[in-house]
Design a protein around this ligand. Structure first.
Ligand code: NI
Ligand code: MN
Length: 231
């Protein structure tokens, strides 16, 4: 299974049974190399919440590829109203798709969709995603602050790769992401949601150093946009 990073919080997971895209913020993402039209075949598009840097090109890509958007019910309803194909789920629920298992976890964040004239449309709860593909467990935390039940997520799922935000201001910073790694106990941590714009610039080398010191069982793996990690 291959994990391609497309910048910010956007990951493409390519397995034997299918190809999925998580939080496809490509248009307007200066760190992304891939463009929406690079994706012609997708099995699903997973969206953690309604903020523009996560919903991104999801609706366009669903219409283009026919892939369903997997999201919490309220966000899925919005996407459906815009012409996308959807599969609604909610926090704590799991579903076996042909490409793998998807389970929604809580995330401490907001989820409004920017509507016309600055009106915010309700997007339901933000979420993270646990994925089981080819016997491996992946965890994309979405946008979130640190929460104690990450320990429960780690106890119940042997996480191979965790994608954790480190950008601070809107989400966990470096210190919190290291603490999250201690609770989740993943084999590998890929930092995300940093350096995309000035407010979330982070020293990723510092993250790796603190991680190695305080969570030595987890290995930090930095992916630059366009790079791939093979699980
Ligand atoms: Ni957000
Ligand atoms: Mn965000």
């Amino acid at each position: 299974m291959r994990i391609h990073f497309h910048g910010h919080a956007c990951f493409e997971i390519e397995g034997q049974e299918g190809r999925i895209l998580i939080d496809p913020f490509l248009t307007g993402n200066s760190s992304a190399i891939a463009k929406p039209d690079d994706f012609t075949q997708l099995d699903a598009i997973l969206v953690t919440h309604g903020h523009h840097d996560h919903l991104g090109d999801a609706i366009y890509l669903s219409k283009r590829t026919g892939a369903p958007i997997i999201a919490v019910a309220e966000l899925a309803a919005y996407c459906q109203s815009q012409g996308a194909k959807t599969h609604a789920m909610h926090l704590g629920g799991k579903h076996q798709f042909p490409f793998g298992l998807v389970k929604l976890t809580q995330a401490l964040h907001g989820s409004g969709i920017e509507g016309p004239n600055g009106i915010i449309i309700y997007g339901g709860s933000p979420c993270g995603f646990l994925l089981q593909m080819e016997g491996k467990w992946l965890y994309h935390a979405g946008d979130t602050g640190l929460f104690g039940d990450m320990e429960l997520i780690g106890l119940r799922h042997p996480i191979d790769v965790a994608m954790l935000p480190i950008g601070d201001n809107y989400v966990m910073g470096i210190e919190e992401a290291v603490h999250a790694s201690q609770l989740l106990r993943p084999k590998v941590v890929i930092p995300m949601h940093y350096n995309t714009f000035p407010l979330i610039v982070q020293d990723v080398g510092e993250f790796l150093r603190i991680l190695q010191r305080r969570a030595p069982e987890s290995r930090g793996k930095v992916l630059n946009p366009g790079e791939t990690y093979e699980v």
